[in-house]
Every structure is written in structure tokens, then in C-alpha cells.
Design a protein around this ligand. Structure first.
Ligand SMILES: [Zn+2]
Length: 376
């Protein structure tokens, strides 16, 4: 048995979490997986992580070889009580509101995918020189169309140009095995006043992050600070609906210290898995016993996972994104909230707080009953 060091604090104190293998997993591009995975937790810093064994490495390669940034090329929308916006627009606003983005500069979007963020950035700051970096080269021509010829990079981050004013990593570092080395390489690419910004899922607000097979680290604010301890971390805060955003600045000082005692917000793996198991049980019971049709709200991670857990039990999907209404998900209908069947029930696979908000926003629109799981 090889001792693995924690990805964040480097201690040899990671322990496997029992029960995780009983949950289905999905890929971050929402494909259901058959095999079960393993999960570990560091007893020193609290980071919940996946050890990249030989088998895991093979599985990851398979996932990325056929990866689609967004199903049907539809970038997720963010729905709230007063607005609907693209995720890229939300991220731009999060960065700009914390540290005003200058009129000109040089940006690289690491993990640029289909270029959604680059497009948004170009629209908002047309005088910047922008480039994309991605391990997957399938979108090279799309990225060059947005950024200009020669502005797509792949391979090693060490080959990126120097003196970059802004490096953005949207939903990237949770996929990276050697995070510390990776971030240090990028940090060296910054100009003297340059900044590196990363957006990552917040496990404390989204337990469903654990079921994403290709997320190797499941950060909370505490463990993210532990991960970035050796870099000048300027700001680490909640962002969007269930994410964390961190800003690392060249020439700055680290304002944060690693927490030696796990804080109350620390989301322990066992508790999170208990929560997911409880949600699954509630959904299965309801789907089996409810007299009308059973639906799942959402076609992204949580909804896809729950669909997999339901197996052959008949169900449909409900999604607020109009673009999805002519499309099937796993061969099942995707309905708008107002088209849900009158005698039906729609299960909201979200934390209590998020599910309550959706239920109060759409309760009067949906003819079907909206069901908020009680969870723990
Ligand atoms: Zn650790």
C-alpha cells in the first residue's frame, strides 16, 4: 500500500471514506458512469480528494477523450429571482466587482473549453489581447476565431507567454492532480501586477459535487486556503450560487493562514455522503409510491445523478432553460416548469436552501407538485 500525500497540505494523513462506492457517479459533462469510485479525506487539513491510482488515471483518460464542455453546446444559465444570465457573464462580474478589470491587458483563460468565457471577456473588454489554453485541442479553431490566430495553447502551461496580466481558471483546479505545481507554474507567468483568478465549486454549499467522477478535489473555503498557502492569496470568498472564487496577486502578500482546526463550515465527507444517501432514498421512495408521474428538476449534475440512481423507474425532467425543451436527456422528456403534468410531482435535488428558493419562485407556475427533500 502506497502512502499518498494530501494534495493540499502534503501530510500523509489521508483516509479512505467508506460508503462512497455505493453512490453512482457522473462526469462533469453529465454522463452517467457505471463503475464505483473511491474517495479520501485528509485528517490534517480536511480536504476531501480522490487519489489518482492507475485505475483512476485510466478512467480519467477515457472521460477526457470524449469530453464535451457543455451538453448540446449549451452553456449553463444562472437563474435567480430577478435575472437570468450566462455563467460566463456572472464570472466576469465577480472578478470585475472585486478588482476592476483594466481597459487593456493580456489574458489567458486556462481550461477555456468552447470559449464561452473568452467570448464574454472580448465583448466586455475588446482592447485586451486574449488567449485560450486547454488540454483538449478539439476547439482550437473556435478559440482562434475568438482570440486570433496563434492564440490557442495546449500541452504544458509552462509554454504560455510571460507577463500575463490576468490568468483565469474557471472550474479547472478541482480537476488537476498536481495542483501546487500547476499553480506555481502559472503564477510565474504573471506580470508584476498580474493576477490569477480561480473559480471552484464550494462543497460546503453543494454536496452533489462529491458525485462528479473527474473532480479530484472537493474544496471548501478552509481547504482551498490550505491548498493555496504558498501563494499570495488576496481574496477567497463565496461567488455565484455555489462556488468559491480566489484571487492570487503577484506582488501581494498572503492575507490568509491555514486553519489548524477545522471550522464549523467544514463539510466532512461522511456527513455529505449521508446527506446524498438520504436524498436518494427519499427520491426512490417517492418515485415508487407516488400515484402520478415522477419528475426530476434540472438536467445538470444533481438531476443526472438522481436519474441514474432511479434506474428503470419511469421519470421525466423539468428544466428552466428553454433551450433544453426540445431535447431529451438520457432519452427522457425535458419539460418547462409550466408544462409539468398536473398529477405529477417534481423532485428538487438541491440543498434545502436552494430547493426552497426554486419552490417559492416556481410554485405558482408549475401544475405539478414541487417536492423539497428534507435531507438530513
Ligand atoms: Zn491535507
Amino acid at each position: 500500500m502506497v502512502d499518498y500525500a494530501c494534495r493540499a497540505c502534503n501530510a500523509l494523513t489521508i483516509q479512505q471514506v467508506a460508503e462512497y462506492g455505493k453512490l453512482r457517479q457522473v462526469t462533469s459533462d453529465c454522463r452517467l458512469l457505471v463503475q464505483s469510485g473511491e474517495l479520501s479525506e485528509c485528517t490534517s487539513c480536511g480536504l476531501i480528494q480522490k487519489v489518482v491510482s492507475t485505475r483512476m488515471s485510466r478512467d480519467l483518460m477515457e472521460i477526457y477523450d470524449t469530453y464535451q464542455p457543455y451538453e448540446h453546446d449549451l452553456e449553463p444559465l444562472i437563474f435567480s429571482s430577478d435575472s437570468v444570465g450566462s455563467r460566463s457573464a456572472g464570472i466576469f462580474d465577480e472578478i470585475d466587482s472585486s478588482f476592476s478589470i483594466a481597459k487593456t491587458g493580456q489574458l489567458v483563460d486556462v481550461g477555456c473549453g468552447d470559449g464561452s468565457f473568452l467570448n464574454e471577456f472580448k465583448r466586455r473588454r475588446p482592447d485586451w489581447q486574449i488567449a485560450g489554453f486547454d488540454l483538449n485541442q478539439n476547439r482550437k479553431s473556435d478559440i482562434e476565431e475568438i482570440c486570433g490566430e496563434g492564440q490557442f495553447f495546449s500541452g504544458s502551461p509552462g509554454d504560455l507567454p510571460n507577463k500575463l496580466d490576468l490568468i483565469v481558471l474557471n472550474y479547472v483546479i478541482e480537476h488537476v492532480e498536481h495542483v501546487t505545481k500547476f499553480l506555481h507554474t502559472l503564477f510565474e507567468k504573471l506580470s508584476s501586477g498580474g493576477m490569477l483568478v480561480a473559480m471552484v465549486p464550494d462543497l460546503a454549499r453543494n454536496p452533489y459535487d462529491l458525485i462528479i467522477a473527474d473532480h479530484l478535489s472537493h474544496y471548501t473555503k478552509t481547504t482551498l486556503i490550505s491548498q493555496l498557502e504558498e501563494l499570495p492569496l488576496m481574496c477567497c470568498r463565496q461567488a455565484l450560487q455555489k462556488e468559491l472564487i480566489v484571487f492570487v496577486g503577484k506582488g501581494s502578500r498572503n492575507r490568509y493562514r491555514r486553519s489548524t482546526t477545522p471550522e464549523a463550515e467544514q463539510a466532512g465527507a461522511e456527513k455529505q455522503i449521508r446527506y446524498l444517501t438520504k436524498v436518494r432514498t427519499e427520491a426512490l421512495d417517492l418515485a415508487r409510491t407516488y400515484k402520478g408521474q415522477f419528475g426530476i428538476f434540472g438536467t445538470s449534475i444533481a438531476g443526472s445523478w438522481l436519474s441514474g440512481e432511479l434506474g428503470r423507474l419511469p421519470h421525466f425532467f423539468v428544466d428552466e432553460d428553454q433551450r433544453k425543451h426540445d431535447i431529451t436527456h438520457y432519452g427522457k422528456k425535458v419539460l418547462s416548469p409550466c408544462a409539468a403534468p398536473t398529477q405529477g410531482v417534481v423532485f428538487l435535488p438541491f440543498t434545502r436552501q436552494v430547493a426552497d428558493k426554486i419552490a417559492s419562485r416556481l410554485g405558482s407556475v408549475s401544475p405539478a407538485r414541487l417536492y423539497v427533500p428534507t435531507g438530513l
